[in-house]
Design a protein around this ligand. Sequence first.
Ligand SMILES: Nc1ncnc2c1ncn2[C@@H]1O[C@H](COP(=O)(O)OP(=O)(O)OP(=O)(O)O)[C@@H](O)[C@H]1O
Ligand SMILES: [Mg+2]
Length: 303
Amino acid sequence: MIETRRLTRRFGELLAVDRLDLDVARGECLGFLGPNGAGKTTTVRMLCALIAPSEGSARVAGHDVVREADQVRRKVGILTETPGLYDRLSARRNLELFGELYGVDDVAGQVRRYLALLGLWERRDDPAGTFSKGMRQKLAICRALLHEPPILFLDEPTSALDPEAARLVRDFVGELKSQGRTIFLCTHNLEEADQLCDRVALFRNRLLVVDTAASLRHQTYGRQVEVRLRELRPEHDAAVRALGLPVELAAVGATLRLRADDPDAITPAVVRALVLAGAEVQAVTPIEHSLERVYLEIMGGQP
Ligand SMILES: Nc1ncnc2c1ncn2[C@@H]1O[C@H](COP(=O)(O)OP(=O)(O)OP(=O)(O)O)[C@@H](O)[C@H]1O
Ligand SMILES: [Mg+2]
């Protein structure tokens, strides 16, 4: 649904996006992650045919973003970082205007549907200018969906929202995904990316890596299991080493940390050896590193 080839954007001397090659499949939710100023929004704007690439190309829903910009705009819904709304118009009127502009068939019906879905129906006649940040964000989400686009670009959809509203929007994005829409999600919320996205791309002016979160974890940290003992003695450690298994061991207090390509194959033998050596095993736990740790590691360990 989205294909970019050496997609590049300069602003004067500044290289904001450097030869990006990326493919997003139909129905996929891709998390686009990177620090402030990484070029995420610039990428989104090129893919929505709002600004032109300096070099390279991109196709969105089968259309070239430069030569077929109009077709691209019809196929995409975009939630921008700062939703530009008409402050003096009501929520409903804001959406109606947009729906008419986009030639939506049943404007009134669609407006009602999305205002209700995002919990804004009661406030439909209030001017958008009187809305809170989060309400404006939700209104902008309604606007991105009115024309039922198959591809959605969401640029930090939950950044202005309180935990409850963020949860609502997150669930809503999950719902959009289950409807088979393709979603390109820029977010600084790594837990959100982990929950929602099929793959994540780590990006800082150029693409650093793109993969599933699980695979990134395993590539960065290997697969790890912790065995917590009542007490860790030298003979316990020695008994495990004597097995000669392909496993790295590290002791942290009374916990033995195992790192292996396939811990499931190794853990039973390790536990057996520990017990035979007189250890009292209290817990065996797989370690799942947070996507945040993986992100910081790949971005260079800088917070
Ligand atoms: N219209 C513009 N004119 C000049 N420079 C720009 C313009 N738009 C973006 N830039 C520059 O391009 C770089 C990338 O900006 P962009 O907004 O794409 O980053 P981002 O990854 O979305 O960051 P954030 O996480 O803060 O939203 C920045 O250095 C920014 O200053
Ligand atoms: Mg941005």
